[in-house]
Each structure stands twice: as structure tokens, then as C-alpha cells.
Design a protein around this ligand. Structure first.
Ligand code: PLP
Length: 328
């Protein structure tokens, strides 16, 4: 096998994505955090992807992927298995673009999540009792009805879409030195790393995951994608594997990330609490891990730092419970 040293996603692809999705996704603000800056001894800024219309960055990748399809593929309709932010993103983008979308999910998905996606106009198909069953249904629909799959992270157009965050970071913070990025499948971290490192080669990109089921961390440690056990976590949007036949994001993250920080559940809870109390932002567990890594003193920040606050879709009761609780 010949190793391909050229990254599978280029700066040019990210720039084309930015042009393609402009006006269809929010160009989110980068806001200073006085409290985190004081704590870290560096200027710390929050990139508020919570301001996207679906409450998370995933609209960027989904929008770019759908806009990159040819007419025939679009007309056949889209399909995906995500019940979380990617599912919302595909449903929202499909409706905006007048394309049909089917979201497959297992019968274990909570009713409020099902309704959130249904209300965005997608067709819902409930099958089986696990995410794997839902994914099998996606593959079946691709085979039988020739629907067009929109993958959550392992796709060059999705990665390029997420990478548009990196272009905005460099524009807004030209002396950027460190980026803290929530890390699951690696579309977000990989895309941002492509853009930021091409423009600012000295900048460091640090992935942040939960200790419970950090799939990309395990894969990089093993030198190849490995099966990881999925566990309950406050950072639920970071759950799931990277795919045993990962094509794009494993190599990107392995080659471009400068480190990965792992957090306990208590540390993630502290991040959510800090976001609510000090930054006045409702942030979900996955979106709060960058903040949490700083609070836990698990990263060394060298110079101006951007923290990707990737999403805000948290169950209001869980959020209330967490911020009401007094700790440390
Ligand atoms: C999907 C998601 C992530 C992780 O993105 P990957 O591309 O899978 O690494 C982080 N935060 C939120 C809120 C998400 O929905």
C-alpha cells in the first residue's frame, strides 16, 4: 500500500466550502472570556457555534456536503442515522434547500429528540434497538432506494464545511496560538486543523474528549481505528466510534492534532456550570469540554487561545440540575 502524504482535505477545499455555505450558516462570533483569560494567563476567546440555527456547528458540514452533491443525488433524497446534532443539521439543511431527508433512528431514542428532528421536516424511520441497527437501515436505503447518505464526519465535504470555523478563527484572532476543539469522529477537529495549520503553521490544535469512550484517542494510540465501548457521558454528542474503515478523519487527526486531553464527568460538569454562570451561555457537555479542560488545568495555553463551543443542545432539566448544584 502506498501512503498518501497529501492531507485528504486541502485549504482550498475549506475556502470553497466557505463560499458555498456563506449566507446559509451563521458566521459565529468569537467573544473574549475575561474569567478564563484570567485563569489561564492568556487571552481566551469562545467561538460560539451555539448560535447556529440548530444550536451546533454541524450545519456547516451538512450544508457543504449537500450543496456539493450533483442534482441527481440530491433529487433521490438524503439519509443519515444521527439522532443528535448531525441529524438536526441534515434535516434543517435539507428543508432549506428543498431536498427530502430521511433520518433513521432506533426505538431507544428519546421522544423529544425524535420530535426535534421531525419538526425540522425530515422523515423519521424507527428501526431496531441500537445506533448500529439504525446505521444498517441507512445502508439498506442506500442500496434499495438509492438514497444519498450524508455521513456525520468521515467525508471530505463534511470536514471541509467544519473547517470553515478555522478560517473565521484566523480572521478574528490573527495571532492565534492554541485552539481547543471538542473531539469525537474528528470532522470538526480535522477540518479546523487543516485550515488553521495551513494559515498559521505554528498554531497548536488540541482535541478534547471525555475519558468515557474516547474513540479517536484510542485509535491514534493503537495506530489504527479500533472498536471502543460506548458509555453514558455528559458529553453525549461526543459518543460513538470513528468507524473501523475510517477513510478521512483518522489520518487527519493523527497527523495534524498536537495533543488530546481527556476529561472526567465531573470536569465536564464544571465546564457546563462555568459556561452558564460566568459566560451566560447554555452549553451542552460536548460543547463545554474546551472550557472544562482549562478549568481542570489539563492544557497549557501558549498565547491567544480559541475554545470551540461546539453546541448548546442539552436537556433543560439536566442543565438546570447541573447549574443549580453547588460544587467547589
Ligand atoms: C458532533 C459534535 C462534536 C464532535 O464533532 P466530530 O466531528 O464528530 O469530532 C462536538 N460537539 C458537538 C456539539 C457535536 O454535535
Amino acid at each position: 500500500m502506498i501512503e498518501n502524504p497529501v492531507p485528504p482535505v486541502s485549504l482550498g477545499a475549506v475556502e470553497r466550502a466557505a463560499t458555498r455555505i456563506a449566507g446559509r450558516v451563521v458566521r459565529t462570533p468569537l467573544v473574549p472570556s475575561p474569567s478564563l483569560s484570567e485563569r489561564a494567563g492568556q487571552s481566551v476567546h469562545l467561538k460560539l457555534e451555539t448560535r447556529q440555527p440548530i444550536g451546533a456547528f454541524k450545519l456547516r458540514g451538512a450544508m457543504n456536503a449537500i450543496l456539493s452533491l450533483d442534482d441527481a443525488a440530491r433529487r433521490r433524497g438524503l439519509v443519515t442515522a444521527s439522532t443528535g446534532n448531525h441529524g438536526r443539521a441534515v434535516a434543517y439543511a435539507a428543508r432549506e434547500l428543498g431536498v427530502a431527508a430521511t433520518i433513521c433512528m432506533s426505538s431507544l431514542v428519546p421522544a423529544n429528540k425524535v420530535e426535534a428532528i421531525r419538526s425540522l421536516g425530515a422523515d423519521i424511520r424507527i428501526v431496531g434497538v441500537s445506533q448500529d441497527d439504525a446505521q444498517d437501515e441507512v445502508e439498506r436505503l442506500v442500496q434499495t432506494l438509492r438514497l444519498t447518505p450524508i455521513p456525520p464526519f468521515d467525508d471530505v465535504d463534511v470536514v471541509a464545511g467544519q473547517g470553515t470555523i478555522g478560517l473565521e478563527l484566523v480572521e478574528d484572532l490573527p495571532d492565534i496560538a492554541t485552539v481547543l476543539v471538542p473531539l469525537s469522529g474528528g470532522g470538526l477537529a480535522g477540518g479546523i486543523a487543516v485550515a488553521v495549520k495551513a494559515l498559521k503553521p505554528q498554531a497548536r490544535i488540541i482535541g478534547v474528549s471525555m475519558e468515557r469512550g474516547a474513540a479517536m484517542h484510542a485509535a491514534i494510540a493503537a495506530g489504527k481505528p479500533v472498536a471502543t465501548r460506548e458509555e453514558e457521558t455528559l458529553a453525549d454528542s461526543l459518543g460513538g466510534g470513528i468507524g473501523l474503515s475510517n477513510r478521512v478523519t483518522f489520518t487527519l487527526c493523527r497527523d495534524l492534532l498536537d495533543g488530546i486531553v481527556l476529561l472526567t464527568e465531573d470536569e465536564i460538569a464544571a465546564g457546563i456550570r462555568h459556561a452558564a454562570r460566568e459566560e451566560e451561555e447554555v452549553v451542552e457537555g460536548a460543547g463545554a469540554v474546551g472550557i472544562a479542560a482549562i478549568l481542570a488545568d489539563k492544557v497549557q495555553l501558549l498565547g491567544p487561545t480559541a475554545v470551540i463551543v461546539s453546541g448548546g443542545n442539552i436537556d433543560p432539566e439536566i442543565h438546570q440540575d447541573l447549574i443549580g448544584r453547588s460544587t467547589r
